[in-house]
Design a protein around this ligand. Structure first.
Ligand code: GLN
Ligand code: ZN
Length: 762
């Protein structure tokens, strides 16, 4: 039985890569020093895999920024605007991050399938030419050999690469395929003599593929086989089930197939029944997406079942996906509850589990290790820390009525209009205001104990008062408190809820040098006490304008945490929703007439298959409705989403039944609003009128123009005015200027619409 992982986290145990990258970008580190750090990390990760007892050391998974970008560079598919961008390394970083000095925009970045990792989207122009070079990977394979390890290089496959790319037209991109196939053949030919196996990732096989794409897949892999008959290729699929693409994968003539048995355990039996004799099977039984110890007993039963059928010499055991999506080493965690820590495994520990599973199947028993694993799993599943009967009871007693507001939207609209007495085109912001150095400093000092809790609270209150003062001066209509007390929109709530714990070093790469440290949701979720109400009541006390209460929604908290895998996600989400429902009611009681529930992650939680999306959306939207529906008709519920691709899910967005939704729109010319018109979306909409991702101040005219565009789609009495997203990453100077222009633009618009204005106030 062979053992391997699909990839190791690159960032380093102590985020060495992050520090080196940022040092290099600031000019504090030379190119050589950056390469030294990278080489050291690679070597460390290889040695580690070898020492853990894995059969192979995965090579080519490391990257200075992103592995998709690396492949783009290896193919020589560098977009024109980066020609002459400097050294190879500077060109590489310019592609990833843009070149501010020369005003060259970066390549687009987007989420890697349904993960929170972002890759750099390949840009292929019509008639794209390539200039391939695979030396970097060859060199690493040689280095691994010199260290005495067996290398298994990994390449992202051509079909997934093209399917994820943009530029030109769809058909012009696929016109590149014959050329690309030749390049892959040359890569395989170069690598094959030096390695037993080459891993080719085709996660596209876990998505809905058209008949013609499947045909293309087969033809391409047939050519690869013919062109490089000696290469032993392991075709990997992950993040879902291969389902109806199984025949395509089996016809690929690859030497092996990898399945993600964590995301889709049920697919094993179909594959076992159909696997041709020449193919090996790699089973991903150790979760590359989550931080829990593997249940070795359950994994062994799948593996034994497969070994019985195929013989263990045709089997690999591995991680379900690359371990890129989990933190590096649990050993660094010294302040976790030891009992809970004992339920977890990070990348390093997962390698050990894979080795253990392989040895066990091969008959090299390690009863102590297996026993430890069993005890850890038992301790987790039988533990009262994960189980709260009151929470379970409350979830069971959720009734359909609890998901419905008291009255339909049209009635609520009238009542809210009376209660709030807002002008036409109400102006507001999305929640956060600049997180200044002063705020970060106070937070640091408070954490270190240098600032007392009272002093910290006083500081935050002063900050809120200032933020409210600015908004009053600007003349905004609906104010916010600015979120200065929140480090992060999920962590802040996790810290106050039962069922969560936090790591000190559990960093996961999000993109480039950027890492996130997701909270760990390990047990039943409940709320000890109000979480935000006192801050918001204070903020409301400072103004006669309506203050908008601000909460992160249940789906977003779920999507941005490491979530327990011993309870359905739907159920966990319902627990979160109930806890937040209490908070919503506390806010209402505290005098807040407007409450916003951010669901920034709703879309990224979508499964990769369309027919599974429905089920997810059903429970996700129910969770939102459960969160908000306890309030009176006069309380106005807002939601906010940071993206603009709504067409496919608009039905569900409407089903949220929010009174107002704010969305990202400024970058797409408001055209996305057509979908809302087509759908006859009933409620009010605040399409972001300027992009908050850059310090650029939008002019009054420009904002006015956007608003006029929006009015082509939205009735005047349903149009709200706000920026695209929160202002946390902005500085004050541009924030004040931008919002000032926004308010002015609205004043001009109101003049034009003064008749409508009278009608609405009447
Ligand atoms: N209320 C949050 C903020 O303004 C929303 C952030 C988000 O949508 N990502 O920062
Ligand atoms: Zn946003």
């Amino acid at each position: 039985m062979q053992t391997h992982i699909l990839g190791f986290p690159r960032i380093g145990r102590n985020r060495e890569l992050k520090k080196a990258l940022e040092g290099y970008w600031k000019g504090e580190l030379s190119e050589n020093q950056l390469h030294e750090t990278a080489d050291e990390l690679k070597k460390r990760h290889w040695k580690f895999q070898h020492d853990a007892g894995l059969s192979f050391v995965t090579v080519g998974d490391f990257s200075l920024y992103d592995h998709v970008l690396d492949l783009t560079v290896a193919l020589g598919a560098i977009p024109h605007r980066f020609q002459n961008a400097g050294s190879a390394l500077d060109t590489y970083f310019a592609m990833a991050r843009g070149d501010g000095n020369r005003n060259i925009p970066a390549m687009e970045m987007t989420k890697w399938f349904n993960t929170n990792y972002h890759y750099i989207v390949p840009e292929l122009s019509a008639g794209q030419s390539f200039k391939p070079s695979i030396e970097w990977l060859e060199n690493d394979v040689i280095r691994v050999g010199q260290l005495g390890f067996r290398a298994k290089p990994v390449l992202l496959g051509p079909i997934t690469y093209l399917a994820l790319s943009k530029g030109g037209t769809e058909s012009s991109r696929w016109d590149s395929l014959p050329q690309l196939t030749e390049i892959y053949i040359s890569f395989l030919e170069r690598l094959a003599p030096q390695c037993d196996w080459i891993q080719i990732d085709e996660p596209i096989l876990c998505t809905d593929m058209s008949g013609s794409l499947r045909k293309t897949f087969r033809e391409t892999y047939h050519k690869l086989r013919k062109g490089s008959p000696s290469a032993r290729t392991l075709l990997t699929t992950y993040f879902g089930s291969i389902r109806d693409n199984l025949d395509t994968a089996l016809a690929s003539e690859c030497s092996g197939l990898h399945l993600d048995l964590c995301a889709a355990p049920a697919q094993l039996s179909d594959v076992l029944a159909a696997l041709p004799e020449h193919m090996h099977l790699s089973l991903g039984v150790v979760d590359g997406r989550n931080i829990w110890k593997t249940n070795c007993a359950a994994a062994l039963s799948s593996l034994r079942n497969a070994a019985l059928k195929l013989g263990s010499d045709r089997l690999f055991v591995g991680s379900s996906s690359s371990l890129l999506h989990v933190p590096v080493d649990l050993e660094l965690e010294t302040s976790l509850d030891p009992e809970i820590k004992n339920w977890m495994a990070f990348a390093v520990q997962k390698c050990g589990e894979i080795a253990l599973l392989g040895q066990t199947i091969d008959g090299e028993w390690s009863p102590e290790c297996l026993n430890e694993n069993r005890l850890a799993n038992e301790s987790r599943h039988l533990n009262m820390k994960t189980f709260d009967p009151a929470v379970r009871r409350r979830c069971r007693n959720v009734t359909p009525e609890m998901l419905n507001r008291k009255s339909p939207y049209a009635d609520r609209y009238r009542k809210q209009q009376e209660a709030l007495n807002l002008p036409l085109f109400p102006t507001t912001t999305i929640g956060s205001y600049p997180q200044t150095e002063a705020i970060r400093k106070a937070r640091r000092e408070y954490r270190k104990g240098e600032l007392s809790p009272d002093a910290y609270e006083a500081f935050l209150k002063d900050t809120i008062r200032e933020i409210v003062g600015h908004q009053e001066a600007l003349g905004l209509d609906v104010l916010v408190h600015g979120e200065p007390e929140r480090t992060d929109m999920v962590e802040y709530f996790g810290q106050q809820l039962e069922g969560f714990c936090f790591t000190d070093h559990g960093w996961v790469q999000s993109y480039g040098s950027r890492c996130v440290k997701p909270p760990v949701l390990y047990g039943d979720v409940s709320r000890k006490q109000p979480m935000t109400a006192s801050w918001l009541a204070y903020a409301q006390s400072l103004t006669r304008k309506p203050m908008k209460g601000m909460l992160t929604g249940p789906v977003t908290i779920l999507c941005w945490s490491f979530v327990r895998d011993d309870l359905e996600r739907e159920e966990v989400c319902r627990q979160l929703a109930l806890a937040l429902r209490d908070e919503v009611l506390d806010l209402e009681r505290a005098g807040l007439k407007i409450i916003q529930i951010d669901e920034a992650a709703l879309r990224e939680g979508l499964p990769l298959r369309e027919d599974e999306a429905e089920k997810y959306l059903q429970w996700a939207i129910d969770a939102f409705r459960l969160t908000v529906s306890g309030v009176e008709d006069t309380t106005q519920i807002h939601t906010h989403m940071c993206y603009s691709e709504f067409n496919a899910i608009l039905k569900w967005i409407a089903a949220m039944d929010a009174d107002v939704i704010s969305i990202e729109a400024s970058r797409s010319n408001m055209d996305l609003l057509q979908a809302f018109v087509d759908f006859k979306y009933p409620s009010a909409i605040g399409p972001g009128v300027y992009d908050i991702h850059s310090p650029r101040v939008p002019g009054l005219e420009e904002i006015l123009e956007r608003l006029e565009q929006a009015l082509r789609f939205i009735a005047p009495e349903k149009l709200w005015v706000n920026p695209d997203c929160g202002l946390k990453t902005r500085g004050w100077p541009e924030t004040l200027l931008s919002l000032g222009n926004m308010v002015q633009a609205v004043r001009v618009l109101r003049e034009e619409y003064s008749d409508t204005q009278n009608k609405v106030t009447r």
